[in-house]
Design a protein around this ligand. Structure first.
Ligand SMILES: [Fe+2]
Ligand SMILES: [Fe+2]
Length: 155
């Protein structure tokens, strides 16, 4: 039986079961984003070299969306440590973009090293950054709603 969570976007077949229980925050939108992060990463890990760039790009697109959602929520809440949290997102995306560039130049190994490091990065980030953000939401009565980033991006 699937976890009781609502997919925020993308493939409705994705569910939260890809997320180890220790990484679940009990907030379905956030948990789903994190499950998708790991699923797309696993798809990239399994991709042959010729499909690695496309798989990495799919993970990158999703990760930009994921981070953008969290940053919009933090901004909307006036969450104090949002700059620290956003900086950590930006630093990781900068590293990922450099690795992606290597893959584009034919260096698949650098992409695969990045992919191997990212589950550990996510676990640490959830514990240090996302968990306090979700706790703040709960303590202050905020309810996650889907689409603040998409809404902001609309013309
Ligand atoms: Fe997150
Ligand atoms: Fe985050």
């Amino acid at each position: 039986m699937r976890e009781p969570c609502n997919p925020p976007a993308g493939d409705p077949d994705l569910d939260c079961s890809a997320l180890p229980p220790a990484l679940r925050l009990g907030e379905p939108v956030t948990d789903h984003l994190h499950a998708e992060f790991l699923l797309l990463l696993e798809q990239a890990a399994q991709a042959p070299d010729g499909a690695l760039l496309a798989a990495l790009d799919e993970w990158l697109d999703h990760t930009r969306y994921h981070f953008g959602q969290e940053e919009a929520w933090m901004e909307a809440m006036g969450y104090g440590p949002r700059d620290c949290h956003r900086t950590e997102h930006e630093q990781m995306l900068a590293i990922a973009a450099r690795a992606r560039g290597c893959v584009e130049q034919g260096d698949a190994e650098t992409g695969r090293r990045l992919i191997a490091e990212l589950p550990g990065w996510l676990a640490q980030h959830i514990g240090q950054r996302d968990a306090p953000m979700v706790a703040h939401m709960r303590e202050n009565g905020f309810t996650l709603v889907e689409g603040p980033v998409q809404g902001q991006a609309a013309p």
